[in-house]
Design a protein around this ligand. Structure first.
Ligand SMILES: [Fe+2]
Ligand SMILES: [Fe+2]
Length: 227
């Protein structure tokens, strides 16, 4: 009888310990979803700053590269493609400037950039530009925006989103240019472009009353022509 009583007490205590451990585990899980500690928040912000530095370097390099590609297209007598590269170069400069402004707002130094790239034939340059835009759309900007969102860095998020959405326009424009070059129909390409000074959004031939990305008024758009 006594043995049975001791056994029951043992079972009761084991059950109690088990339940306590479950509650504790649940608490640990809940804690993981709680707001970040100061150290975690600082770590998230450091990652956003690193991303902004990389984005600034990438956009500065893209701007210089597209300007050189424009010159090469002009030399090859492909003025329609030269105009597209000239426009995209100015758009990337707007992105670089936006990222720079966010870094300045965060009190960070602006990195020195020495653009490095190779100028090849216009077809190769177009393919390189398309690959660059595709990488930014599929990989770089989505990752950077997730990090900015996680750090609640709203200004960084806006600057990154402006570039991310504009690159999708550039991707299409480069695809069209590659197709036109392949079918010897360069005259079908745009003869002028409009650039939004706020986000770099790029419109071929005509522009709407407001920018589709940043809502900037169309009368502030920059007209880019061959002249
Ligand atoms: Fe860009
Ligand atoms: Fe772009």
């Amino acid at each position: 009888m006594k043995k049975q009583w001791i056994f029951s007490l043992g079972l009761f205590l084991s059950l109690g310990l088990f339940l306590f451990s479950c509650t504790n585990d649940q608490e640990k899980t809940t804690n993981m979803q709680e707001p970040k500690t100061e150290a975690e928040a600082a770590g998230s912000m450091a990652l956003v700053i690193e991303n902004l530095n990389d984005a600034f370097k990438g956009e500065t390099t893209a701007s210089a590269k597209y300007a050189a590609y424009a010159q090469k297209a002009e030399e090859e007598g492909k003025s329609e493609i030269a105009l597209l590269f000239k426009t995209a170069s100015q758009s990337e400069a707007i992105h670089a400037n936006n990222h720079k402004a966010v870094l300045e707002d965060l009190g960070m130094p602006i990195p020195e950039v020495t653009p490095e790239f190779a100028v090849k034939t216009t077809l190769e340059n177009l393919n390189d530009a398309l690959a660059g835009e595709t990488y930014e759309i599929n990989t770089m900007y989505p990752e950077f925006m997730t990090n900015a969102q996680s750090a609640n860095a709203q200004l960084a998020l806006i600057s990154l989103k402006y570039a991310y959405e504009t690159e999708q326009k550039h991707q299409v424009l480069y695809q069209q240019a590659i197709a036109a070059l392949g079918s010897n129909q360069l005259s079908t390409l745009a003869t002028q472009y409009y650039l939004c000074p706020t986000c770099g959004n790029t419109y071929a031939d005509k522009a709407p009353k407001r920018c589709g990305i940043s809502m900037t008024s169309g009368d502030r758009f920059i007209l880019i022509t061959s002249a």
